[in-house]
Write a protein that binds this ligand. Sequence first.
Ligand code: FES
Ligand SMILES: [Fe+2]
Length: 360
Amino acid sequence: MLVSQVPALKEYWYPVAYSADVVQVPRPARVLGEDYVIWRGREGAVGAAVDECPHRGSRLSQGWIENGDLVCGYHGWAFAPSGACTRIPQNDPEAPIPPRARTLSVLVEERYGLVWICPGMPREGIPALPEADDPQFVLIHEIMEVWRASAPRVIDNALDVSHLSWTHRNTIGDSANPRMNNLKVERDGQRLRSRVSYVSRLTAEQRENTGLTGDFTTRVTNSELVQPFVFRDVMEYENGLRHVLFKTATPVDDTHTLFCQFIARNDNPDEAKKAGIVALDRKIQSEDKELLEQIRPEFPLEMQTEMHTRTDRMTVEYRRILAELASEGSLVPPDHAWSRPFVDAARAAAKAATSPREQG
Ligand code: FES
Ligand SMILES: [Fe+2]
């Protein structure tokens, strides 16, 4: 499936920018293939609307803010964050403004230092992320960037603890220790939780970041699918440190994702320590990005399309959850529409390898 084939995905909240970056300058944001404009208007309120002026369709993100209202650069109509038009410069000032002269507003809210929008009627609120609001933890923003990868592939990677020993063998993984201990997976509606322990590498950077000593530690990871494109992971270290990782994947379109990562820590790190933590987490994510950007954006929903092992139970459940969402009036064609050429080529290669004489 591709994200554009699942209408239900419009009914969730997605982060589109850091709150601090939404100032009195309109900025574009793209979610599920639609263009939006976001801006900070009167009394600091954030507005969000389809990026199209109701007059002649100009891009509102090309305009500017004046007296707290969003001004369209084409003929100067102005709009409040509610969407209401507050000025049509070419009309007499006394003439009433037609009620239809409105931007197509979308729901917008600020939470965890991020601006979130919901393109449709929300079926759930902005996800509750307990440690991001907890005064015992420090919230640190780490990454907000567009990846050339699809949103389900990005979250699939987050839910997949077993890649850690391999993909991250040069940072926190140990490819000599790929086994997951006591993997437990639970599903609760559209939420997934897993708990697992494994050997994690302690490089000099990681020793600095965690306060642990030695070359390896046993780390416990409590992963959670909070919403289809929102992930939370409470990592427990032996010394009581909790490193809580939040990842969101805003589907920009079928092939691009606005990846956002922030963490909460219970060790009140100073600025130098924070910089070290962020640097290592960015390095780890770049290892994922390099692989994810080369994986096809279509996400398989049929269990037979890929192969699965015992440690893939979390990501198998993720496919089931997305398949259920996709079945709600979606237009998803069967996987074989895109996987057939790949499967045929693999079968032909296997056949050629087992019957060399037939090749003559
Ligand atoms: S197109 Fe926006 S004011 Fe005319
Ligand atoms: Fe990873």
